[in-house]
Design a binder for this molecule. Structure first.
Ligand code: ATP
Ligand code: MG
Length: 141
């Protein structure tokens, strides 16, 4: 048993489409515990800081602009193997390659506007969770 926490984000494309609720329903049905959630409209500096690991990638500027185009919904999810299980529920980065039944297959528009984010390792989660939430904003149970 490895109980983990991961940072999930309903990205601006999915919030704008009005599918945040459907995505949260999938999270709840998959037995994650939501420890925190809020709407945030990131500044460009905040988006650039969040995706700093991608600063050398050709899509970095476009990705950061996309993430600031409207509010997104960061959440902290907890559960058994939460990091990998949330990534499995999200599906592949490119929705054209995502398996059927995954969130990206059903709700993403493109490889960039791909509906959701998930931490990719315990180290990433340790950076990403406090990027959005103080310890007082988490509701363990
Ligand atoms: P995330 O980190 O958002 O959970 P991921 O781990 O599946 O997604 P990464 O490789 O970390 O994918 O890329 C971060 C984000 O950058 C992607 O989710 C997507 O929004 C965007 N992205 C990735 N590759 C491309 C690309 N080739 N062109 C445009 N945007 C891209
Ligand atoms: Mg990633």
């Amino acid at each position: 048993m490895t109980i983990q926490r991961t940072l999930a984000i309903v990205k601006p494309d999915a919030v704008a489409k009005g599918v945040a609720g459907e995505i949260i329903t999938r999270i709840e049905r998959a037995s994650f515990t939501i420890l925190a959630a809020k709407l945030v409209h990131m500044s460009l500096a905040e988006a650039r800081g969040f995706y700093i690991v991608h600063r050398e990638r050709p899509f970095y500027d476009s990705l950061c602009a996309f993430m600031t185009q409207g509010p997104c919904m960061p959440m902290v999810l907890e559960g058994e193997s939460a990091i990998q299980r949330w990534r499995d529920l999200m599906g592949a980065t490119d929705p054209a390659k995502a398996a059927s039944g995954t969130i990206r297959k059903d709700f993403a528009t493109s490889i960039e506007a791909n509906a959701v984010h998930g931490s990719d390792s315990p180290e990433s989660a340790s950076f990403e969770i406090p990027y959005f939430f103080s310890s007082f904003e988490l509701c363990p149970r």
